[in-house]
Design a protein around this ligand. Sequence first.
Ligand code: ATP
Ligand code: MG
Ligand code: FE
Length: 333
Amino acid sequence: EIILAIESSCDETACSIIKDGKEICSNVVSSQINVHKKYGGVVPEVASRIHVENISVVIDEALKTAGITMNDVDAIAFTQGPGLIGSLHVGVQAAKTLAWAFNKPLVPLHHIIGHIYANGFVDELVFPLLALVVSGGHTELVYMKDEWSFDILGTTQDDAIGEAYDKVARVLGLPYPGGPAIDKLAKEGKAHYILPTPKTEKELDFSFSGLKSAVLQLIQREEKKGETIVPADLAYCFQETALDTLVNKTEKAVHEFKPKQVVLAGGVAANSRLREKMTETIGAIEGVHLTIPPLWCCTDNAAMMGAAGSVAYRHKLFGALDCSANPCKEIDC
Ligand code: ATP
Ligand code: MG
Ligand code: FE
């Protein structure tokens, strides 16, 4: 089957044509990073306006590159939520308009399920599966007993990991988005500072606001003493502490829930040190297959929504023409 997938939950306007769940016929992503960089983060109102300007062009381009027309499309998949309401709205309206005009079924999707199914481009997914979801808005351990079954084993009590990266980068004077900047700078750093290991009540939950505050306080303390911090060392120490909690908790969940496969998902999956640590620790556990998505499908794109859309299409999980964007969409609905 041929799925046309639309993604517009944050600051990427994206459309992709996916054949039989795996074959990428086209994958067009128009990123707004260069605009939001000026403000040090995504400005929601600006994001919505740019989506409006770009959405038709991106959809046209995706169809043209794939060499098909709307008549060849079997269903229209789109990100319904979570995300920025104004951004989501643009993609949802485009999807509904196409569905109505060309009489095609609609497949509404949860954005994070797309991040998880991106791994299907690399490996066959086997269940039970455990996903470590690490992105701008999420830090979760998701257990999939079977295809299209999602249980959240642990989640963040405060900041998401990507958010913590972006905030720490800002206090270090690095450009937005902070994740790739810290990833790069930390390679030149060493274990020079001591930062607190995050603690949570529930073993598989996460917390990053304490770590983020500790970085800020350390900078202020040194400034008071008239000293300056070494940014590369602080980036290194923040990153090691943050990533160790991710990997340790994933390891605990693997021993407790015994999945056959572990996958990494979300924008922070692009982090080179996290990929290394996951390979060293989780990749070494016997009986568990580790899959790490290629860099091109870690951050937001529509191909991943198409991969998830194909599975949802086969399960006949269709939406009505009057469905709307849901910024707080839950993963199990
Ligand atoms: P969500 O998926 O939770 O809705 P989002 O879609 O805004 O959030 P993604 O596009 O999935 O987020 O990921 C963006 C995040 O990934 C940003 O916080 C960015 O800093 C982070 N990121 C990207 N590359 C890296 C990297 N190499 N190291 C660390 N973080 C990274
Ligand atoms: Mg983005
Ligand atoms: Fe995302």
